[in-house]
Design a protein around this ligand. Structure first.
Ligand SMILES: Cc1cc2nc3c(=O)[nH]c(=O)nc-3n(C[C@H](O)[C@H](O)[C@H](O)COP(=O)(O)OP(=O)(O)OC[C@H]3O[C@@H](n4cnc5c(N)ncnc54)[C@H](O)[C@@H]3O)c2cc1C
Length: 586
């Protein structure tokens, strides 16, 4: 048996979601470990730019119910309305809590938290633009993550940084009893035993060739869940952010359009006026991404290959750009060679966010209807943040709602875990054969020679996803994509590791990441093929209409035989009336 550490709770992931949950547990004097494959403050949350959405009403009249309406509509009615109510209702408390922890928000002249307009946000159920997204300049995620990290240090959370979690340990009854993780520096495998395990491993946009995500966003938690025989929810829904820097992928925040920026085609036309007459450039992200893709397809794209459009912001004045969007200016100058104070920035739709993920209830408990009966929690397993699907984002997430999701449900999961630990004081016996199984998978990647490279296979997978499962999808393209992905998967056992030592072997880790990415790509293609309608970010050329009769339901993908199950959308909120599905226009 490998060496073992025992904790009350183990959190896999040191981003905003993991750190918010850990804080709740550590402040309750529980022994909590956070495992992170990078130093926690390098998690992708650090790069969130635009802000965190909450109806504070500091700039425009506002209330949480309008925020709820916008989120339901933004989700194209696929979001679960009870979870959305919970999130929007708790948003102001969550933001004030962060403020009191010391998060350095930008300020209005009257000293209140600065708020900016973001896409899909309205007053009075679809009326005028709401100004709802709270920001710390264009570095909100950085401020949030550092605040939470410092709080966790003070609360004595134990950090295991540069530890790579590989598999969940599950007993016969289906309870989760901990995880196996590799110490990256030495290659040593450790068993982290715990009565409650929370996955907060973030997104997985690295299945695509062009992405705004960090290279570490490889969906490891999702891979672990699939290998444990549990399902993933709504995997066909990936958000393409309208404004990524072409080729490079770096994100240009929606906050640029919030501050008054607009998009132009090669004829200098403000084309969003044609696609979304009311909200224009601040329509929901799926709408803006499709509009840009249409302009490019119609030959109105910019540049020598006509493959991007321009985003103009210089008209608000250099001083304002420098004050409100300093990071964006830096990114644009570095990666696009353009100073936005004087010229428009080239932008194109880029894979950005995973709406689907590990199915959970509002307490962050992982629920697995397939094996455990309807909505039954998997004992001892929780998931929060981008890797989870609670589902508040449905078919399309609104900007600023992800940071909110992290802190609201991170806290909720922490609270539930405290109760769960109190009710389950004695650890169950660890099944040794399960640990052996996890170790056998690792052993397959020891001292490996072979004819393929991990990087080559990853690029092949990313190209397949980009070409066969992008902004627009079609049956023949998706089927071809699945066949091509089968071939990549079959080549994976032949991948060589450049260095055969286990110590600090990054290729070995990349191989383990690819073993997570490929099944996620597969789940995406299979779910996208099944959903014969267009909803939110999932656009089928062959089924252009939304079909509420058949598809007001979530998909659940299980790895064994690519099995698909379904569960209805929870349309009933906690206390208010249902927002009935209607046509979605901006
Ligand atoms: C460029 C960019 C800008 C964004 N801007 C905004 C914004 O303005 N507003 C907004 O609301 N949302 C924004 N988003 C989305 C939002 O930032 C993310 O959805 C959110 O931060 C994800 O947080 P998380 O805690 O779930 O995961 P992450 O912050 O991605 O953290 C994941 C953690 O898991 C760890 N991990 C992963 N795998 C393993 C493993 N195998 N073993 C051990 N540890 C592991 C990592 O080390 C990391 O600590 C943005 C996203 C991007 C990419």
């Amino acid at each position: 048996m490998i060496p073992k550490r025992t904790f009350d709770a183990v959190i896999v992931g040191g981003g905003g979601a993991g750190l918010r949950a850990a804080l709740q547990l550590a402040e309750a004097d529980l022994k909590v470990a956070v495992i992170s494959k990078v130093f926690p403050t390098r998690s992708h949350t650090v790069s969130a730019q635009g802000g965190i959405t909450s109806a504070l009403g500091n700039v425009s009249d506002d209330n949480w119910h309008w925020h709820m309406y916008d989120t339901v509509k933004g989700s194209d009615y696929l979001g679960d309305q009870d979870a959305i109510e919970y999130m929007c209702r708790n948003a102001p408390t969550a933001v004030y809590e962060l403020e009191h922890m010391g998060l350095p928000f930008s300020r209005l002249p009257n000293g209140k938290i600065y708020q900016r307009p973001f896409g899909g946000q309205s007053q009075n159920y679809g009326g005028a633009q709401a100004i709802r997204t709270c920001a710390a300049a264009d570095r909100t995620g950085h401020a949030l993550l550092h605040t939470l990290y410092q709080r966790n240090i003070a609360a004595r959370t134990q950090f295991f940084e540069e530890f790579f979690a590989t598999d969940l340990i599950r007993d016969e009854a289906g309870s989760i009893l901990g995880v196996v993780a590799l110490e990256i520096e030495t290659g040593q495998a450790w068993l982290f035993e715990s009565r409650a395990t929370l996955l907060a491993t973030g997104g997985a946009c690295r299945i695509f060739r062009h992405s705004t995500n960090a290279h570490i966003n490889t969906g490891d938690g999702l891979g672990m869940v699939l290998r444990a025989g549990l399902p993933l929810e709504d995997m066909e829904f990936w958000q393409f952010h309208p404004t990524g820097i072409p080729e490079v992928g770096s994100l240009i925040t929606e906050g640029v359009r919030g501050e008054g920026g607009y998009l132009l085609n090669k004829d200098g036309e403000k084309f969003m006026e044609r696609y979304a007459p009311n909200a224009k450039d601040l329509a929901s992200r799926d709408v803006v991404s499709r509009a840009i893709a249409q302009e490019i397809l119609a030959g109105r794209g910019c540049g020598p290959h006509g493959d991007f459009v321009y985003l103009k912001i210089d008209h608000i004045g250099a001083d304002k750009v420098k004050e409100r969007l300093p990071g964006i200016r830096e990114l644009s100058m570095q990666f696009a060679g353009v100073d936005p104070c004087v010229a428009p920035m080239p932008v194109t739709p880029t894979a950005h966010y995973m709406m689907g993920g590990i199915p959970t209830n509002m307490h962050g408990q992982v629920v697995a209807p397939v094996k455990y009966g309807p909505e039954e929690p998997v004992p001892g397993l929780y998931a929060v943040g981008e890797c989870a699907c609670v589902s508040v984002h449905g078919a399309n997430r609104l900007g600023g709602n992800s940071l909110l999701d992290l802190v609201v449900f991170g806290r909720a999961a922490g609270l539930h875990m405290i109760d769960f630990l109190r009710e389950n004081p004695i650890p169950a016996n660890l099944p040794e054969q399960q640990v052996d199984k996890a170790m056998a998978r690792l052993a397959r990647w020891d001292k490996k020679t072979g004819t393929e490279t991990v990087a080559g296979l990853r690029t092949d997978m990313q190209r397949i996803m980009q070409d066969h499962c992008g902004v627009y999808r079609r049956e023949d393209l998706l089927k071809e994509g699945i066949a091509k992905l089968d071939q990549v998967e079959a080549r994976l056992p032949d991948a060589a590791l450049s260095d055969h030592s286990k110590m600090f072997n990054t290729v070995r880790l990349e191989a383990l990441e690819l073993e997570n990415l490929i099944p996620i790509a597969r789940a995406t293609l299979v779910s996208a093929l099944a959903r014969t309608e267009s909803r939110g970010a999932h656009t089928r050329e062959d089924f252009p209409k939304r079909d509420d009769g058949q598809w007001l339901r979530h998909t659940l993908y299980t790895r064994e035989n690519d099995q698909l199950d379904y569960k209805p959308v929870r349309l009933k909120p906690l206390t208010v009336e249902t927002f009935q599905p209607k046509e979605r226009t901006y």
